[in-house]
Ligand binder design. Structure first.
Ligand SMILES: Nc1nc2c(c(=O)[nH]1)N[C@H]1C(S)=C(S)[C@@H](COP(=O)(O)O)O[C@H]1N2
Ligand SMILES: [Mo]
Length: 390
């Protein structure tokens, strides 16, 4: 069947399987890193019951690294995906559009893969600038789409294995040793010309990936912080040198609530403490990062009382599973849960001080949680009650 005259014809030489393979490999690597670090983030933030008693609290900065990588690889995937789509988009106009059932299914898989990946990256990017413009839960949809992407990607790779293998290595261009071919580029072998063009394309792509990475990675990679011109967050900007996601005012923390503040610990031997009584308990100093899911992170010095000591005082010397309740009355993350590995860890504090001073109101005054290898969203501020869960 001849193709309708209206269909565009493509003469550009980089819409070929070799270019698609080379770019696809890099994109695949970015997606793999993004997926694995995303799985880690998901399970640290919302562990299923069977996993929650086994979460590792070391390395203490683990989440800072994995979530930093998650956002870095996601951002790098944007130019990679755009170039990959440019390389293969003439396939959209293939004729006939469907050759067999298998071919129809293959095209459908690719449609799902492309749509899901575009939406996933776009949602993620908006999340890093704290724009939750969705009528649905960001986290649930981001998580579900990740599996759609991995499933359709594996199918895509399986179908394309022969093409990928055939193009994995550069074809040695079969030279016909004629003297003109080396002196006059226009007489060179077509394969050789393509290789030169492909190198230019990859150089441009590499520059784009390098630039977006270099100009954003500094929000979590401290040595690059002065280059983070495109990063939504400057890790240095905020009270006590630390960014703030939700301010005390936004969380509805009133002066009255703070004036009457007590810490209540509910366990076998429940008790209440005033701030002065808490300050009279043994204080410990730790250096731990706040690592936000949105990709910024910053290390700080915290001082306060070990959660372990507070639980021992309530008759639970080995730690316990906790519900942590904050003064916050509206919005998410006012109530969080913390399992054994964290509550018995020496580094997990109910922090009263940050970088040498009393906590700023926006950082959770009078008291907040700080724990190792823990997503920022679970480092609860304005804590007022610790409830033992059984
Ligand atoms: N009660 C409460 N605690 C909270 C939040 C919140 O919204 N409410 N935000 C969390 C998030 S998303 C992050 S990244 C950290 C930020 O801590 P910081 O503002 O002290 O830097 O606090 C966490 N603690
Ligand atoms: Mo966060």
């Amino acid at each position: 069947m001849p193709a309708p005259a209206l269909l565009p014809r493509f003469r550009g030489r980089l819409h070929d399987p070799r270019t698609a393979t080379v770019v696809g490999r890099l994109l695949g690597l970015a997606i793999l890193v993004c997926f694995l670090t995303g799985v880690i983030s998901h399970y640290l933030q919302e562990p299923p019951t069977w996993l929650s008693p086994h979460l590792p609290t070391r390395p203490a900065s683990g989440y800072r690294v994995t979530q930093g990588l998650h956002v870095i690889s996601g951002i790098a995937a944007v130019p990679l995906l755009l170039v990959k789509l440019w390389t293969v988009y003439p396939r959209l106009f293939e004729w006939p559009p469907v050759r067999s059932v298998a071919h129809a299914l293959e095209r459908l898989t690719i449609a799902v893969l492309v749509a899901a990946t575009l939406l996933e990256l776009f949602m993620g990017l908006l999340n890093t600038i704290q724009w939750y413009a969705w009528p649905f839960s960001f986290r649930e949809v981001h998580w579900a789409l990740a599996w759609v992407i991995i499933g359709s990607l594996l199918l895509h790779l399986a179908v394309k294995t022969p093409v990928i293998l055939a193009n994995w290595r550069r074809m040695p261009a079969e030279r016909t040793e004629s003297p003109e071919s080396s002196e006059f580029p226009e007489f060179r072998e077509p394969e050789l010309r393509d290789e030169v063009d492909r190198r230019s394309l990859l150089l441009g792509l590499g520059t784009a990936v390098g630039a977006v990475t270099l100009f954003t990675a500094g929000q979590s990679v401290t040595p690059l912080k002065d280059l983070a011109l495109l990063a939504p967050r400057d890790p240095d900007v905020g009270p006590q040198g630390l960014p703030v996601n939700r301010t005390a005012r936004a969380a509805g923390i009133t002066d009255d609530a703070i004036r009457d503040w007590r810490l209540r610990v509910e366990g076998p031997d429940p008790y209440e403490l005033t701030l002065d009584e808490l300050r009279a308990m043994p204080q410990h100093r730790v250096e731990l990062p706040i690592a936000c899911v949105e990709g910024w992170s910053k290390s700080a010095h915290w001082e306060g009382v070990r959660i372990k000591d507070l639980l021992a005082r309530a008759g639970l010397p080995d730690g316990a599973r906790l519900r942590i309740v904050s003064l916050q009355r509206r919005g998410g993350y006012g109530v969080t849960e913390m399992d054994h590995p964290y509550t018995r860890d020496d580094l997990t504090l109910l922090a009263l001080r940050l970088n040498g001073d009393t906590l700023a109101p926006d950082h959770g005054y009078p008291a907040r949680i700080i724990a190792p290898n823990r997503p920022g969203v679970l480092q609860t501020k304005w804590v007022t009650k610790l409830e033992v869960l059984t």
